[in-house]
Ligand binder design. Structure first.
Ligand SMILES: Cc1cn([C@H]2C[C@H](O)[C@@H](COP(=O)(O)OP(=O)(O)OP(=O)(O)O)O2)c(=O)[nH]c1=O
Length: 185
């Protein structure tokens, strides 16, 4: 069988990927996300996922390469916060509201890209200023789009979710399995 390569440095994507019935290797991409200026969230995650996958596929043309990207959209694209102020500002904008998490996945095989994006709606309870500043003072928000981890501290903010939980964490697992099944059959 062809090697499957996950083009990601994310420990969470590695953990999720391990739930699929396929052995895989990891080669993080060196793609620079800031080169993508796209404002439409769905197009943005797909372009970035493709950039990540294509970068690694160039080095491993005989493999199936998986690139992925997750962003949070609440009136505007929320990426990863750099400071406690930025994290708190993002969390304030999500408080008591429903936002959309977009995860794009691109599978590259023999130079051909198979792409899909999953949209998940997440509703937060209203957050107190203390909840926000306490959470912004932890390490949790800083490597995560939208400044929260639904699988960690952010679990305490979520009132409702519609869509694939695993897409919010970083990989739409059930859909990815189906796409891989089709590509490898
Ligand atoms: C909203 C949300 C995001 N995230 C994470 C998923 C992604 O890892 C991260 C968004 O950044 P990404 O740029 O999608 O990914 P990454 O830089 O972590 O890894 P790589 O590009 O090498 O694959 O935010 C959570 O872990 N939990 C959440 O609830």
């Amino acid at each position: 069988m062809m090697d499957i390569i996950l083009a990601s440095q994310s420990p969470r994507r590695k953990e999720l990927m391990a739930m699929l019935p396929y052995p895989f290797l990891i080669h993080p991409s060196e793609f620079d996300e800031s080169t993508i200026k796209e404002k439409d969230p769905e197009k943005a995650v797909l372009k970035i996922a493709e950039g990540k996958a294509a970068d690694v596929a160039e080095k491993f043309p005989e493999s199936v390469v998986i690139g992925s990207d997750t962003i949070v959209f609440q009136q505007q694209i929320l990426g990863k916060p750099k400071t406690a102020e930025e994290a708190a500002e993002m969390l304030r904008s999500l408080s008591g509201q429903t936002h959309t998490v977009y995860t794009g996945v691109v599978l590259m095989k023999d130079g051909i890209a198979t792409s899909f994006a999953e949209k998940t709606s997440v509703t937060f309870w209203p957050l107190s200023e203390k909840e926000i500043s306490d959470y912004a003072a932890t390490e949790d928000p800083y490597d995560k789009a939208g400044a929260y981890g639904i699988q960690s501290g952010g679990a305490l903010f979520v009132k409702e979710i519609t869509g694939d939980y695993y897409a919010v964490v970083g990989l739409p697992l059930a859909r990815l399995k189906r796409e891989l099944d089709a590509l490898l059959s």
